[in-house]
Design a protein around this ligand. Sequence first.
Ligand SMILES: NC(=O)c1ccc[n+]([C@@H]2O[C@H](COP(=O)([O-])OP(=O)(O)OC[C@H]3O[C@@H](n4cnc5c(N)ncnc54)[C@H](OP(=O)(O)O)[C@@H]3O)[C@@H](O)[C@H]2O)c1
Length: 258
Amino acid sequence: MSAPKVFITGASSGIGKALALQYAAQGATLGLVARRGELLETLQAELNCPCMIFTADVRDAESLQRAANTFIEQFGLPDIVIANAGVSAGTLTENQHDNQTFQAIFAINVFGMVSTFQPFIQGMKQAGRGQLVGIASVAGIRGLPGAGAYSASKAAAISYLESLRVELAPSHIQVTTIAPGYIRTPMTDVNAYPMPFLMDVDVAAQKFVKAISKKTRFVVIPWQMGVLAKLMRLIPPALWDFALRHAPRKAHANWDWL
Ligand SMILES: NC(=O)c1ccc[n+]([C@@H]2O[C@H](COP(=O)([O-])OP(=O)(O)OC[C@H]3O[C@@H](n4cnc5c(N)ncnc54)[C@H](OP(=O)(O)O)[C@@H]3O)[C@@H](O)[C@H]2O)c1
């Protein structure tokens, strides 16, 4: 495909920003979404390609619908929609004040993905083409201690994307699930523990773009994490519990990040 039209959420930082830069280098037409509009403006100024930016929260389905309509009016139907926006924070079920964090993580990582794809599906069905890409995580393969909300949200994303893939196959719409391992971004910069196979975000974005162009159904990046993910799936629960009993934990949420 030459110079695709790509709509990306969570483009103000990390993986989403790196994807925008990769696609811009290919001469793509971009629609970029995030809450921090000033970061999107700075990025837009750097990009030498047709680009619209939308300051929106993926929890606000109406804002995403408006952004999608505006993008389609201006540029036509996108070839690729990437639901990348996501948040991560440590949570503990015994803390009642973590309920808000559980809800926010699910609202952004799961329902935000649904609301990102929804405005495009009817048009893609009519056109008989299009690709929806969801950024999940290796954290969704098995439950990680101290990250119940994040792990569960990414497990939900993986299953949701699989349902969608089968549902939309007859309409010639491809669904790609990317489950990253550790990628160097502001999300992982705060982790004070060793991160195996940590990958630079620019290298990761190149690999994501390649997997997307091949219309891969499911991929773990980097590949070494993919091998680990396959093993993780095979480990029986008792062995998993033993192996993870001292696993490092994501820092607990601050209440002002919501
Ligand atoms: N880095 C890793 O190792 C890793 C591993 C596995 C999976 N992932 C997944 O990869 C995706 C990108 O993460 P990242 O590492 O690039 O983190 P990041 O640098 O923190 O970027 C997260 C992006 O999501 C956006 N976002 C967050 N909440 C949003 C909301 N409510 N509405 C709209 N946009 C929102 C942020 O923009 P604003 O704050 O401006 O809204 C930002 O652009 C996430 O889904 C994450 O779970 C990352």
